[in-house]
Ligand binder design. Structure first.
Ligand SMILES: NC(=O)N[C@@H](CC(=O)O)C(=O)O
Ligand SMILES: [Zn+2]
Ligand SMILES: [Zn+2]
Length: 425
């Protein structure tokens, strides 16, 4: 079966060029300015459209097993395909947590079976993501773990982190950390500052993040582990990571679309759609997160797609679940708010959303549009103004503060691993 995608703009040799792409049984067989259409069984006209390399998200929550009313590997991967993603890494805070290599292997097989895109799996650092009992890191690596993380909870003691880093360093896999000191959180539900004061809600200070990050950077320096910082949220964290990189620490970092596009001054009322960990911080923090991406301190963008049912989200800030969805809205929002406004270029955005996460997490480079690779790309109309609406969502959950926002970019189709896995209706 030969499919010709005709006259799309593709990013090749550091620039956008109009190119035809010929797929032969899902594998990119030819890329050229004009490929003979008579040999194709199927032609997809992509003139005026943009073909993006498969996006990669190293931080998603698919809730499967345990909370499949919120998301499943199937719906989460379909939502990812809608967002233009072809590879994601799923966090292990599911129920039960895959504590052993056997359990992890089962999850990996299930992800392969159910996922319409490539769904890689994190292993936990400690049993049930709490306490001190370290998992069998070697066994987890052999079972196919992509990296280790206790995301959702910070590792509270330096000793546990030190022991984990020492052992994980030997595996060569990244350790992705949710940096949050429980005691310093002070039961906060949003950032401590003007917004929490105005709304009368309990605030969590930024030092709950930065103090644990400072500790970890020093432990990472000593152990040599690849230490990856999840969802960096404060200007001070960016500065600490910048210094650590200059100091030769093996550290990488991610930032979420919501921490780049929102800040706590935008929380006008007690609206739990704005409740997540870490919380939205100040305008200055937000500006420094973008500056950190631009100067290479922050390596990539990850969504932290955290689906919750309306029952779990439909309360006040105080008792709603932490977390928002993101995988379907990340590219349209970032393209509209950062690329269209010329704050960043499309090639920078694609680096942060595809090539950098691929390189830093040692993932397959099949997401590049390159001869010999399986088709892992999406075809977008970048000039189709529309509103973000739940009716277009593939995720089971719709907990997003961006519903109703205007965006310009619309995904028309996604190919993953050579197959058409999303098509706009
Ligand atoms: N980000 C969140 O607020 N919630 C995440 C956990 C996490 O990423 O810390 C979740 O699993 O719901
Ligand atoms: Zn987290
Ligand atoms: Zn998370």
């Amino acid at each position: 079966m030969k499919t010709l995608i005709q006259a799309g703009m593709i990013f090749q040799d550091s620039e956008f060029q109009t190119r035809d792409i010929l797929l032969n049984d899902g594998i990119i067989a030819q890329i050229g300015p004009h490929i003979d259409p008579t040999q194709a069984d199927q032609i997809i006209a992509a003139s005026g459209q943009t073909v993006l390399p498969g996006l990669v998200d190293v931080h998603v929550h698919f809730r499967d097993p345990g909370q499949t009313d919120k998301e499943t590997v199937k719906t989460g991967s379909e939502a990812s395909a809608h967002g233009g993603y072809t590879t994601v890494c799923a966090m292990p805070n599911v129920t039960p947590v895959p504590n052993t290599p056997d359990k992890l292997k089962q999850m990996i097989n299930y992800n392969d079976e159910q996922g319409v895109i490539s769904v890689k799996q994190f292993a936990p650092v400690t049993y049930d993501e709490c306490g001190y009992q370290l998992v069998d890191f070697d066994g987890m690596k052999k079972a196919g773990a992509v990296a280790f993380s206790n995301d959702g909870v910070g590792i509270q003691t330096a000793k546990t982190m030190y022991d984990a880093m020492t052992a994980i360093a030997k595996t060569g896999l990244p350790l992705a950390a949710h940096v949050e000191d429980h005691a310093l959180m002070n039961g906060g539900v949003m950032n401590e500052g003007s917004a929490s004061n105005k709304l009368g809600l309990r605030g969590a200070p930024e030092v709950a993040e930065t103090s644990q990050l400072a500790r970890d950077l020093e432990l990472a320096r000593v152990t040599g582990v690849h230490y990856h910082v999840c969802h960096v949220s404060t200007a001070r964290s960016v500065e600490l990571i910048r210094r650590a990189k200059a100091d030769g620490v093996n550290v990488t970092a991610e930032v979420t679309p919501h921490h780049l596009l929102l800040d706590h001054s935008m929380i006008q009322a007690d609206d739990p759609m704005y409740k997540m960990n870490p919380p939205l911080r100040t305008r200055k923090d937000r500006a420094e997160l973008l500056a950190g991406l631009l100067d290479g301190t922050i390596d990539m963008i990850a969504t932290d797609h955290a689906p919750h049912t309306s029952a779990d989200k439909g309360h006040s800030f105080n008792d709603a679940a932490f977390g928002i969805t993101g995988i379907e809205t990340a590219f349209p929002l970032l393209y509209t708010q950062l690329v269209k406004t010329k704050k960043v270029t499309l090639s920078q955005l694609l680096k942060w959303m595809s090539s950098a996460p691929t390189a830093k997490f040692n993932l397959s480079n099949e997401n590049e549009i390159k001869i010999g690779n399986h088709a892992n790309f999406s075809v977008w109309d970048l000039n189709d103004p529309h509103q973000i609406a739940t009716k277009n969502m593939k995720s089971k959950s719709h907990n997003s503060p961006f519903l109703g926002d205007q965006v310009d970019a619309k995904n028309l189709m996604t190919f993953a691993n050579g197959k058409l896995v999303y098509q706009d209706q």
